[in-house]
Design a protein around this ligand. Structure first.
Ligand SMILES: NC(=O)c1ccc[n+]([C@@H]2O[C@H](COP(=O)([O-])OP(=O)(O)OC[C@H]3O[C@@H](n4cnc5c(N)ncnc54)[C@H](OP(=O)(O)O)[C@@H]3O)[C@@H](O)[C@H]2O)c1
Length: 293
């Protein structure tokens, strides 16, 4: 791995040991761009020609600042959900700004607001506000719910269960998010822009399961729950209350119409249409292999 500390226009990439950041790093490598992969475990950093790696987590302000020195544009992947994710993000942003990063491309969430029904989305709103307040140039990428994770919404009996009512969501593929991020990171700086990243159509959970059934030949059903039923049914997982609230509120955000949006940003940024459920299943034919019916 090369040392890029002295070169200009180095892109810092966080989250490269994960799904979205890993895809972004691979795309930047294909484009021949110099990048610094900032990872929590140096042993797991991917290796590419023109990439270097630095070890720091967002909570480690000094380490993260050191890791960001010489980075021009930072791709900041939102941290794994936790009770203190807000502070974790602010620490990373402040450290990046202190290191002299000139632009932050932040992976946010669709329609993030201070009182978003989806509780995990609120953190994104406050992180965006903090980035703005620092005066650094920014681009906010606001994806919808991940299409790649849709199979996990289906249990082994083929049931999607939750308080989503008839609300709709346009599931977005992580490949599209990564394509859009790579375009934003390497294209002309579209300063202080916000892009909503969604799939090509918004579907209710009822329509989503119908589509899954037709495409896979398995029987997938949607069973609407009340909030109380949803909280109760997830209590047995042993997850802490804030996490259960986050899961349940993602369904409630769908019901409230807060995710009912279809954006053209994927096509605008990448030049190709957003991937559909059909396209996703064609690439991942065993995505519902855990469903026994
Ligand atoms: N829109 C949606 O439907 C949806 C669904 C799930 C998650 N998300 C959010 O989107 C983010 C990216 O998604 P993904 O699929 O790429 O998740 P992922 O595969 O879990 O990857 C998360 C990446 O962020 C790194 N990371 C997490 N917390 C960190 C911290 N405190 N300091 C430094 N690095 C940290 C992880 O490092 P390690 O490998 O060391 O853990 C990993 O590389 C998630 O982190 C989450 O905030 C969105």
């Amino acid at each position: 791995m090369g040392d890029d500390h002295m070169t200009n226009h180095t892109i810092g990439v966080t989250g490269s040991t994960g799904a979205v950041g890993g895809r972004v790093a691979a795309r930047l490598a294909r484009l021949g761009r110099a990048q610094r992969l900032i990872v929590r475990d140096i042993n797991r950093a991917p290796e590419y020609p023109g990439s270097s790696a630095a070890m720091a987590d967002y909570e480690d302000a000094r380490g993260f600042e050191r890791a960001c020195r010489g980075v021009d544009t930072l791709f900041l992947v939102s941290a794994t959900e936790s009770r203190d994710r807000m502070e974790v993000h602010l620490s990373a942003v402040d450290a990046a700004v202190a290191a002299g990063v000139s632009r932050i491309v932040y992976l946010s969430f669709l329609r993030a607001g201070p009182a978003s029904t989806f509780t995990f989305a609120r953190t994104h709103f406050f992180t965006e506000a903090h980035i703005r307040s620092t005066g650094v140039a920014y681009t906010f990428l606001r994806p919808s719910l991940y299409l790649d994770l849709l199979p996990r919404w289906v249990d082994g009996d083929g049931v999607v269960r939750g308080p989503a009512g008839d609300g709709r969501v346009a599931w977005v593929a992580r490949d599209d998010i990564a394509d859009a991020a790579a375009a934003v990171l390497t294209g002309p700086a579209d300063e202080n822009a916000t892009y909503d990243l969604t799939g090509p159509e918004a579907l209710s959970l009822g329509a989503t399961v119908d589509r899954l059934s037709t495409l896979t030949g398995r029987t997938v059903r949607y069973v609407p729950e009340t909030r109380e039923e949803a909280l109760l049914s997830r209590k047995g997982t042993g997850a802490p209350d804030w996490e259960v609230e986050g899961w349940v509120s993602s369904y409630e955000a769908i019901a409230a119409g807060e995710l009912d949006e279809v954006s053209t940003a994927v096509r605008k940024l990448t030049g190709h249409p957003a991937r559909s459920i059909e396209g996703f299943l064609r690439r991942h034919p065993s995505a519902l292999s855990h469903v026994s019916v």
